[in-house]
Design a protein around this ligand. Structure first.
Ligand code: PEP
Ligand code: MG
Length: 574
């Protein structure tokens, strides 16, 4: 049966391929009742999953790397003990037999009971073991869902594969980097969530907020995904398929043509030079940065080095990653942001406990609360400044005391490197992200103490309009053209230009063609975006005459009616 679903377009392009359903990594499962005659089969299914999980542990033990620490054995032993706990290995069988429910539901319910028991422990160490319970239950659940281990399914190279998921965390998605999936779709998520940002950096079409795609699409269904319009067509007829194949080749041809602009300078028609930089998550992304002609890295989201792993990167590993980026870009600027963990990017083994993670211990707040981790990163960053044009960027600043504390921390780290005779760039530039309205409104003090500023529009909009950027239910309210947002942007850019502090935009607005002229009109001269978008933005810059757009930009800023703002913006872009 053919049908169409509409979601939120987050990464352009057209993909045609077969569906590959993947499961949610958390214990979110369906609940259904089975007829009595299927209960024995359901219990057998649970037993098979249990056995497969035990075998998985056995194979982990026998393939244990020789250099693995003793903790590895202890960890395995603990997880095996948890698996053998009657609440996980026996109670679900009984529940299936008594309540005629599906095995996944029985497992989830019993896991919650076990987690609640751990919660009662006085001893903090034992209490923390609830994370291990969840990990073991997830392993078992993946067996039940027919997806062993923590392996991602291999991409099939004979046909294009489109990943269909209820939800994908940024950590899930970054694992797809080396694979060649054609596109991604999810039921939940917003346009500027980190999952969407990673999809753009993979340069694959992606649509989020499709609500029920994971339920409605079946494995291997033929799909067309239009990442520009946010449309998913399931099992299209021949005519529609032919039409989209044509659109797909036209789109690819356009991209190829745009790439010819790679080495052209991004000058406006009146001769103003505009810097177009790229956002990256890993040093390997530099290949694409160069292919697309970006002239620097405006935002290296260093926290992606910390995701999807059970141990954290040490100083040497981080140093190598930062040095590789610095050297990879020759003398071009590389702005590395200190890790922005918390919010929707969590370390393995930590759970979201805050009611409002976006308002909680995130970014610089998290760094200052974890000085050991922060010190390791700061040492690695400072050491890397010796090998190229590295600048350090502090995320999510909200108060001066936070800024002072951070600057003191950097000074102390420099001193320890001095004491050890380790070289670094003594003039390293320290910048701050303006992404909280409080920082935007109290801009002068940040501008005075920092060498440069970078506007994170994704968060600035989230915090100004009180809209969770990861929540598709409120995604329609996420509005970069809201007069409050426009006033903040014009204020930040104007103030920085007046007092001579370099400013850029590194949020998703910088990579959206619709806003290029508006931002240029506000006085922005430096943009940072996902690499693949650099050629399109360059083309827009090349066709813009700054004196000509000045008055229209001011009119947009004075307008307060949303329709009027959109009408004026359309004129600006025509
Ligand atoms: C932003 O908030 O705009 C930004 C660039 O940072 P991130 O998207 O990583 O929060
Ligand atoms: Mg941000």
């Amino acid at each position: 049966m053919s049908f169409t679903l509409h979601g939120i377009a987050v990464s352009s392009g057209i993909a045609i391929g077969h569906a590959h359903l993947i499961s949610h990594t958390s214990l979110e499962v369906a609940h259904y009742t089975l007829p009595k005659q299927l209960i024995a089969d359901e219990i057998a299914r649970f037993d098979a999953a249990l056995l497969a999980t035990r075998n998985e542990f056995a194979s982990l033990r026998s393939n244990r790397p020789t250099h693995a620490a003793a903790e590895f054995d202890a960890f395995l032993e603990l997880h095996q003990m948890i698996l053998d706990d009657p609440l996980l290995s026996i109670a679900p069988r009984q529940m299936i037999a008594n309540e005629y429910c599906n095995a996944e539901w029985a497992l989830k319910t019993q896991t919650e009971t076990l987690v609640a028991q751990f919660d009662q422990f006085e001893d903090a160490y034992l209490r923390e073991r609830q994370t291990d319970v969840t990990q073991v239950a997830e392993r078992l659940l993946k067996q039940l869902l027919g997806q062993p281990g923590h392996q991602l399914p291999p991409a099939r190279h004979d046909i294009e594969t489109i990943v269909v998921a209820h939800d994908l965390s940024p950590a899930d998605l970054i694992q797809f980097k080396p694979n060649q999936y054609a596109a991604f779709i999810t039921d939940v998520g917003g346009a500027t969530s980190h999952t969407a940002i990673v999809a753009r950096s993979l340069n694959r079409p992606c649509v989020v907020g499709l609500h029920h795609a994971r339920e409605l699409v079946r494995e291997d269904d033929l799909l067309i995904l239009d990442g520009q319009q946010g449309v998913l067509i399931v099992n299209p007829d021949k005519l529609i398929l032919a039409e989209y194949k044509l659109r797909q080749s036209e789109w690819e041809l356009d991209r190829k043509k745009l790439k010819r602009l790679r080495s052209a300078r991004a000058n406006t028609l009146d001769g103003t030079i505009i810097e177009l930089h790229a956002n990256i998550e890993k040093p390997e992304d530099i290949i694409e940065v160069k292919e697309n002609g970006a002239t620097g890295i405006g935002l290296f989201r260093s926290e992606f080095l910390f995701l999807n792993r059970d141990s954290l990167p040490d100083e040497e590993e981080q140093f190598e990653a930062y040095r590789a980026s610095a050297e990879g870009m020759d003398e071009q600027p590389v702005v590395i942001r200190t890790f922005d963990l918390g919010g929707d990017k969590q370390l393995n083994g930590t759970k979201r406990v805050a009611n409002n993670p976006a308002l909680g211990l995130r970014a610089i707040r998290f760094c200052l609360a974890e000085p050991q981790l922060f010190r390791i990163q700061m040492r690695a960053l400072l050491r890397a400044t010796h090998y190229g044009n590295v600048k350090i960027l502090i995320p999510m600043l909200s108060s001066v005391s936070e800024l002072n504390q951070t600057l003191q921390f950097i000074a102390a780290t420099k001193k320890s490197l001095d004491d050890e005779g380790i070289p670094y760039d003594r003039g390293v530039k320290i910048g701050g992200m303006i992404e909280i309205p409080a920082a935007a409104l109290a801009l002068n003090v940040f501008a005075k103490k920092l060498d440069f500023l970078s506007i994170g529009t994704n968060d600035l909009i989230q915090y100004t309009l009180a809209i969770d950027r990861t929540d598709e239910e409120v995604a329609h309210l996420y509005d970069p053209l809201h007069p409050a947002v426009l006033h903040l942007l014009s204020h930040i850019i104007g103030t920085c230009n007046r007092i001579g502090v370099p400013v850029s935009v590194c949020g998703e607005m910088a990579g959206e063609l619709e806003y290029t002229r508006l931002l240029l009109g506000f006085g922005l001269r430096q943009f940072s975006m996902f690499s693949a978008q650099v050629p399109s933005i360059k083309q827009r810059v090349l066709t813009t005459n700054l004196p000509e757009i000045a008055s229209l930009t001011q009119k947009i800023l004075r307008a307060d009616d949303p329709m009027k703002i959109r009408e004026l913006l359309a004129r600006l872009n025509s």
